[in-house]
Design a protein around this ligand. Structure first.
Ligand code: ADP
Ligand code: ADP
Length: 226
């Protein structure tokens, strides 16, 4: 089934220099358990696209449907991982992962129990009581993934999540993410500017191509599976 459907999505920003069109008439859909990468040059609108899907930006026109229902504003049905480690520095790994669960109304004990399962899934059980500054970059991103998955979203939105990591850690993280994706029922939309990363991870690649002053193109490229 189709999880996410984007129809004629357009997003403009009003700036002192005039109106900037970040997304122009973008349409695509993703299916259940699909891993879709969006690639494209800097400034073509990748971040704006995921931020809009996440509900962090409103859209100017078009439609974003999740399970057939229009999306406006953020919600627990979408998990988000950014490039920068957006962990709460004053909270332990466990408390970081518990945050959304408690917000969603879980009791403290239930939130703690569930958080520990997600922490285990990303292999950080030994570090549940550590603080973010005590972790390596890759480990911090694993916490961010656990936190994003904790509310069991329908879709995981990732904006260059491994962009700040060194090549070796990045390769390891790609492996971790694929393992997780194979083990849980999740659809992933993953932004990268790295074509190798996209080919390694994705079932399908969407190339966002911005022609200055012209219609933006979204080219779909299937990736043959080994
Ligand atoms: P990418 O992630 O592909 O590098 P972005 O989505 O960040 O591209 O940006 C797409 C376009 O929208 C760029 O021209 C950028 O300058 C513009 N843009 C993004 N965010 C804003 C904003 N908050 N205000 C004004 N312009 C923005
Ligand atoms: P990365 O994901 O950044 O490559 P890893 O998770 O592979 O890092 O780290 C490898 C191992 O090194 C970890 O499982 C952990 O046991 C240990 N390690 C890394 N950083 C720390 C740290 N700050 N404190 C203690 N052990 C660490």
């Amino acid at each position: 089934p189709v999880i996410l459907e984007v129809k004629g999505l357009t997003k403009t920003f009003d700036t002192p220099q005039g109106t900037v069109t970040a997304l122009k008439d973008i349409s695509f859909r993703t299916h259940q358990r699909e891993f879709v990468c969006v690639i494209g040059p800097s400034g073509c609108g990748k971040s704006t696209l995921v931020r809009t899907l996440a509900g962090l930006e409103d859209y100017s026109s078009g439609e974003v449907l999740l399970d057939g229902k229009p999306v406006h504003g953020p919600g627990p049905d979408r998990g988000m991982v950014f490039q920068g480690y957006t962990l709460f520095p004053w909270r332990t790994v466990k408390k970081n992962v518990m945050f959304g669960l408690e917000l969603a109304g879980r009791s403290r004990t239930a939130a703690e129990e569930e958080a520990l399962q997600w922490i285990d899934l990303v292999g950080l059980t030994k570090f549940a009581n550590s603080y973010p500054h005590q972790l390596s970059g890759g480990m911090k991103q694993r916490v961010a993934i656990a936190r994003a998955l904790a509310n069991q979203p329908r879709i995981l939105l990732m904006d260059e999540p491994f962009g700040a990591l060194d090549a070796q850690t990045r390769a390891k993280m790609q492996g971790y993410l694929l393992e997780i994706w194979k083990n849980i029922d999740i659809t992933i939309v993953f932004i990268t500017h790295d074509l190798d990363e996209a080919i390694f991870l994705a079932d399908r690649i969407l190339v966002l191509k911005a022609h200055p002053g012209e219609v933006q193109e979204l080219i779909e490229v299937p990736v043959p599976q080994p």
